[in-house]
Design a protein around this ligand. Structure first.
Ligand code: HEM
Length: 402
């Protein structure tokens, strides 16, 4: 029997993509690894997943069937080096310190602090707030800052007046990025895009990066673009990186933020958290585990290999069922301690482990802390699921304090 929180999560997944809950639930039968005709190998075991993530001799992120292949068609073949070649190691080394907890906590306080205090005060004053919209704005603000794009750079790219209404600007940014992400629909069997999708994706990416050359000149050294400039990375490569960062860190994080507020309420564990605020880090980890917004991660097999007793052949695809693996542990529980088996598989693993992981922790923590700072539980007064989106999330989640 599913809990209310689990049922609503499954409804949310189905609104995004009707077949998704079925795939992710049935995926459990693939444990540890099972071949599905026309789709490839499904992996539903944490140890096998980690083995694949750590094996860059036999598995690739840039060949057909994996994310890097999708990106190469949109941004150019040079991203293969950024994802897998020496450029990948250089990139991670270059920006590593921008993604430490000290840096991301400071970023969140500086960029989102006032907004989050405003949220707390509005709720405390009895207002109803749409968390779905607020999360989209917060994420737009933080990713732009991290990349080194100022509001004027964003408005040059996607239109609108940056001096007038910043919330509206960052909402438009969210929708722009979401449209780009949604072009990944239909990539289950193959990551080769049709010409129409390639043209649209290129147009959206190019528009997003229209002001990167200017931002590249001015960006502070502790931003991604500033760091690229100091290292002498070509501006067009810096532009590609800015787009990648925006795409990787927008929908996933906005989804996790909104679903966190919903699940805390639906499981009634917001009340428990109010009396045990020291469990906030556990609540955040648990939210990432049960939501696993990057629900499936692809790899392609580049050389024959035997994994968990199965023979995988070069050219085949692998799909790591992140959501399925993480949810096999059980339902959301703020009193659950760290699970060594899954570790943080919601962020992938190996050399491609999510670069934004600490930023995610900082933002989810800051949002949750601003809610519990009101000292009262909240109720959901309106809930609508977003339809036909690659990363399922809420359209609306209006809450007020009780
Ligand atoms: C809840 C939110 C997020 C989740 C669940 C998530 C999940 C993931 C996963 C599973 C991967 C590995 C993909 C693979 O191996 O193919 C990844 C990679 C990555 N993520 Fe995240 N991510 C989130 C937010 C962010 C944010 C906020 C940023 C930055 C602003 C970010 C930047 C990246 C980058 C740059 C990579 C590629 C790393 C590499 O290839 O070395 N992510 N993410």
């Amino acid at each position: 029997m599913w809990s209310t929180a689990r049922r609503r999560e499954l409804t949310l997944l189905a609104a995004g993509q009707p077949w998704l809950p079925g795939l992710l639930l049935l995926g459990g039968f693939a444990r540890p690894i099972r071949k599905v005709p026309a789709l490839g190998w499904f992996v539903a075991d944490p140890l096998v997943a980690r083995q694949i993530y750590n094996d860059s001799t036999h598995f690739s992120i840039v060949s057909e069937g994996a994310a890097g292949h999708w990106w190469a068609q949109v941004i150019g073949d040079w991203v293969e080096d950024l994802f897998e070649g020496p450029g990948h190691t250089q990139l991670r080394t270059t920006v590593r310190d921008l993604f430490t907890l000290t840096h991301t906590d400071a970023l969140v306080q500086r960029v989102l602090g006032a907004d989050l205090r405003g949220l707390r005060d509005r709720l405390a004053a009895g207002e109803t707030v749409d968390i779905a919209t607020r999360a989209q704005i917060l994420v737009g603000r933080s990713v732009s800052d991290l990349v080194g794009m100022r509001p004027e750079d964003i408005s040059a790219a996607i239109g609108g007046d940056h001096t007038d209404d910043l919330d509206a600007l960052f909402l438009r940014l969210f929708h722009h990025v979401e449209e780009l992400v949604n072009l990944a629909f239909g990539t289950m069997a193959s990551t080769t895009l049709d010409p129409v999708a390639v043209a649209r994706a290129r147009a959206l990416a190019a528009r997003l990066a229209v002001n990167v050359p200017t931002a590249y000149e001015h960006a502070a050294p502790d931003t991604t673009l500033g760091r690229c400039r100091e290292l002498g990375l070509a501006v067009e490569h810096a532009a590609g990186l800015a787009i990648l960062m925006a795409v990787a860190g927008t929908d996933t994080l906005a989804s996790a933020m909104t679903r966190m507020v919903a699940i805390m309420h639906d499981s009634d564990q917001h009340r428990a958290l109010l009396t045990a605020p020291d469990r906030v880090p556990d609540a955040v980890r648990e939210i990432l585990r049960v939501t696993s917004p990057a629900y499936l991660v692809g790899r392609s097999v580049t050389a024959d290999v035997r994994i968990a007793g199965r023979d995988l052949r070069a050219g085949e695809h692998v799909k790591i069922l992140t959501w399925t693996i993480n949810n096999a542990v059980g339902g959301f529980d703020i009193h659950r301690d760290y699970v060594p088996e899954t570790r943080q598989l919601w962020f992938g693993g190996g050399r491609h482990l999510c670069l934004g992981a600490q930023l995610v922790h900082s933002e989810l923590t800051a949002l949750l802390e601003s809610l519990i700072a009101t000292g009262r539980p909240w109720e959901v007064v309106e809930r609508r699921y977003r339809r036909k989106v690659f990363i399922p999330t809420y359209e609306t989640l209006r809450i007020r304090l009780v």
